[in-house]
Structures are given as structure tokens and as C-alpha cells.
Design a protein around this ligand. Sequence first.
Ligand SMILES: C[S@@+](CC[C@H](N)C(=O)[O-])C[C@H]1O[C@@H](n2cnc3c(N)ncnc32)[C@H](O)[C@@H]1O
Length: 216
Amino acid sequence: MKEYSAENDAGLLRYLNRIFRPEDPVLKEARERSLKAGLPEIQVGPLDALHLEVLARAAGARKAVEIGTLGGYSGIALARALGKDGRLHTFELDPKHAEVARESFRKAGVLDRVRIHVGPALERLPECEEDAPFDLVFIDADKDNYPAYLSWAAEHLRVGGVVLGDNAFAFGEIVDGRGAGPVAMRKFNEELAQGGRFRATMIPTGEGLAMGVKIR
Ligand SMILES: C[S@@+](CC[C@H](N)C(=O)[O-])C[C@H]1O[C@@H](n2cnc3c(N)ncnc32)[C@H](O)[C@@H]1O
């Protein structure tokens, strides 16, 4: 059977963009401004942002946490899903990234439902714990800490809440890569799949989007 992947099939990608329209002018502007401001182009792809929005809507999420804000691209997708009364806590190490993200959220009309926490996420996560339990946690920052972020999510999601981890294929090194990143990502995937707190799967996007629903 032929395998189809939008990653390496330009025709398929054009088709998906035409039908599902993952990137509207607001997201496009945020992506381009972020690039102009000198931020690295490492935000999720447009279709992955749409996955995030649709998954958050499917989960009925109102309160969410994002680890790794960058210029606010994925945060806009999540904040849209949470609705007007929703709350997104997003964590970013780099103050410059956070500043660009603030403008993205403002331009997208969602700044009132977003709080940006600046600093190392592991140190800053307690700042949002008064809003726990959360409906959704999206992990997309330093790979070495994915296992620690997962432990935090297991403690601060409601039962039925969703954890998502991007780059779960460790940039092609998940099977046998020896660096700290792939080793940590294997630990993350194993804990998510077999640790007993989540029922989990891997959505085989280009980057690998790990997804678990908290069961206990
Ligand atoms: C892949 S980018 C996030 C992309 C963003 N989620 C998007 O798709 O629009 C990762 C971000 O995590 C930030 N980061 C790295 N280490 C961090 C840490 N320890 N705590 C918080 N943020 C961190 C980086 O500065 C970078 O902006």
C-alpha cells in the first residue's frame, strides 16, 4: 500500500491547505512578524496548529498550559479553541520571544485570555497551579525536560484531560539516537504510553505529536 505523507508530497500538502485552510491571515502575520523579529523558525507547522486547535476543541478545553511559547503561533491556535472565557498559561524562557508573542496574542484578539510566564518553565510552572486542574497541556520546549513536564502534567491535569508533546520523533532519532534529546524523548514516550497515568497514542505528523488522555 502506498504511504501518503504531506511532509514529502507537495501536491497533497497543496490539497490539504486548499481544503482545510490551516493558516488564516492572523496566523500568517504572526509567523512572518516572528521571523522578521529574528526568532528561529521552529513554530509548529500550519496543519499542526490546526490539529492543536481541533484537539483542544474536541477535549472541550477551557484551561490550558503551553510550555514553549516562541512567537505565539501555536498559542493563538490553542487560545482560539479555549473560547472567550478560557485561560491559556504559556511559558517561555526568552524575554524577546515572549514580547513578540504578546503582540501576536494582541493582534489575534486573544491576549485577554493568555498569561505569558517568562523564565525556565520548570521553575515557573507553580505560578499557574492555582488554576489547576487543567484540561490540556501542550509541551513544545527543551526536549531534555519532557519527562519532567509530563510528570507535572500528570499531577495537574483533570482526569480526562489531554497532554500533547510535539517533536516526539526526536527529529528522526527516536528509535536509537544517543544524544540527551532522543534519550529524554524515549523516556517521555515510554512513560506516557506505559506509565499507567495516561491512555496514549502517537499521531504520526512529520514531527510526531504524542497524545495522552489522563486516566488516573
Ligand atoms: C519549538 S519553540 C515553541 C514553538 C511554539 N510552541 C509554536 O509552535 O509557536 C520552543 C520554545 O521554547 C523555549 N524554551 C526553551 N527552553 C525553555 C525552558 N526551559 N522553559 C521555557 N521555555 C523554553 C524556547 O525559547 C522557544 O521559544
